[in-house]
Design a protein around this ligand. Structure first.
Ligand code: UD1
Length: 365
């Protein structure tokens, strides 16, 4: 039996880990035992618990009480909690997802146990080292023993940093989730907000580079508010963004529809019915593409370069770009092609069978 300790902590990681946890339970329980540790980085019910209940995954076996804080505080607290956890627990592998402070903290602790580290969604790069997530990605990939990439570009990025061993291209785990859940949506959120199919824009804004720059945040949200006079804009608000808006009386948002964070299925319902996505989230850019919805990324760069090259995603940096014009442009484009960048929705199988192969070969050596 292979023992894997999965470490998650932030909203996008619950969505990704749900896929592997379900797969292990359904098809791999003879070979793999999974223990889930929640770092407590995201702790609100709407940012955490709802994903466990809705996506049918077992509750975390252990939860640390990390909560908010500066990067050092949050990363340090998670490291201390995990080090303590590993003084009584061990595993064949530690598995992490993505690029959050929870990912980085777990990678650092794993490397010093040492327990081999598996990184799912390896190789993504924005090539902007000042971005917290970029530091987390670079360090985590450097410390990882097995790296699972979503796209060809991620493999190339790793190669250019000299990381070539045990790099596997498996498709995108979020695409597995999308394929398995898209038939389960209802129309309850559409009804609740009085929205009609393909007659609204779905938006999320929460990246530090936008929320920590009040000029950018005002520019983005005020533009969305104007757009919303003609085409409704719905924004499920991340707590980070909500706190900033509530403190600043210069936000006069009269037309956009602001909601609390939504569950995965509620977001999927909005996404599949929306005419356009405007976001600074990494995951939502890809999900928009899965759902055949064009996307505007309110950032200077994106890790999902293939989406920009295909034309389905355009960048609109808040420092230099007119969001109202970009929205108008994107709403009037017809797309003929929709290349398959992210695999066949079976990346969980590929990840798990690769882990088993590597484990068995290591034992034989
Ligand atoms: C983190 C990730 C980001 C990911 C995002 C998804 C890092 C560096 N960033 O950003 O890559 O896209 O999660 O949501 O790890 N807060 C709450 N309740 C919560 C969680 C957060 O109120 O349940 C508030 C706190 O005030 C906190 C702030 O949001 O200080 C930011 O949270 P944090 O976990 O530091 O980063 P995110 O912005 O969520």
């Amino acid at each position: 039996m292979i023992k894997i300790i999965t470490i998650v902590g932030a909203r996008p990681q619950f969505v990704k880990s749900a896929v592997l946890s379900r797969k292990i339970k359904e098809d791999y329980s003879d070979h793999i035992e999974e223990i889930v540790v929640h770092t407590g980085q995201h702790y609100d019910k709407k940012m955490s618990d709802v994903f466990f209940s809705e996506l049918g995954i077992k509750k975390p076996d252990f939860t640390l009480t990390t909560g908010s804080g500066s990067h050092a505080e949050q990363t340090g607290k998670i490291m201390l909690g995990l080090e303590n956890f590993f003084s009584n627990n061990t595993a064949d592998y530690i598995l992490v997802y993505g690029d959050t402070n929870s990912t980085l903290a777990a990678a650092l602790v794993a490397s010093k146990q040492p327990i081999p580290l598996i990184h799912v969604e390896a190789g993504l790069r924005s090539n902007r080292i000042g971005m917290p997530e970029e530091v987390n990605r670079v360090v985590t990939d450097r410390l990882s023993n097995i790296l699972f990439c979503s796209s060809d570009l991620a493999v190339k990025n790793l190669k250019s940093e000299g990381i070539c061993d045990n790099v596997h291209i498996v498709g995108d785990i979020m695409y597995d989730q999308f394929c398995s859940q898209k038939e389960k949506i209802s129309n309850k959120i559409l009804k609740k907000f009085g929205l009609s199919n393909k007659k609204f824009i779905l938006s999320t804004i929460h990246r530090a580079e936008n929320t920590d720059n009040i000029v950018f945040l005002r520019k983005i949200l005020n533009s969305l508010d104007k757009i919303s006079v003609d085409l409704k804009v719905v924004i499920p608000l991340h707590p980070r963004t909500r706190k900033i808006i509530e403190k600043d009386s210069n936000f006069k948002l009269k037309n956009i529809c602001l909601t609390n964070p939504l569950s995965y299925l509620e977001m999927l319902e909005l996404l599949l019915n929306s005419s356009l996505v405007v976001t600074d989230s990494g995951g939502l850019q890809k999900e928009a593409y899965f759902a055949n919805v064009p996307c505007i990324t309110v950032r200077d760069e994106t890790e999902w370069v293939e989406l920009v090259e295909s034309g389905w995603n355009i960048l609109c940096p808040p420092s230099s770009c007119d969001l109202i014009k970009s929205v108008d442009k994107m709403l009037n484009i017809e797309f003929d092609e929709h290349p398959n960048f992210y695999g066949d929705g079976k990346s969980a199988d590929k990840i798990l069978s690769t882990i088993i192969n590597i484990y068995e070969n290591t034992i034989r050596m």
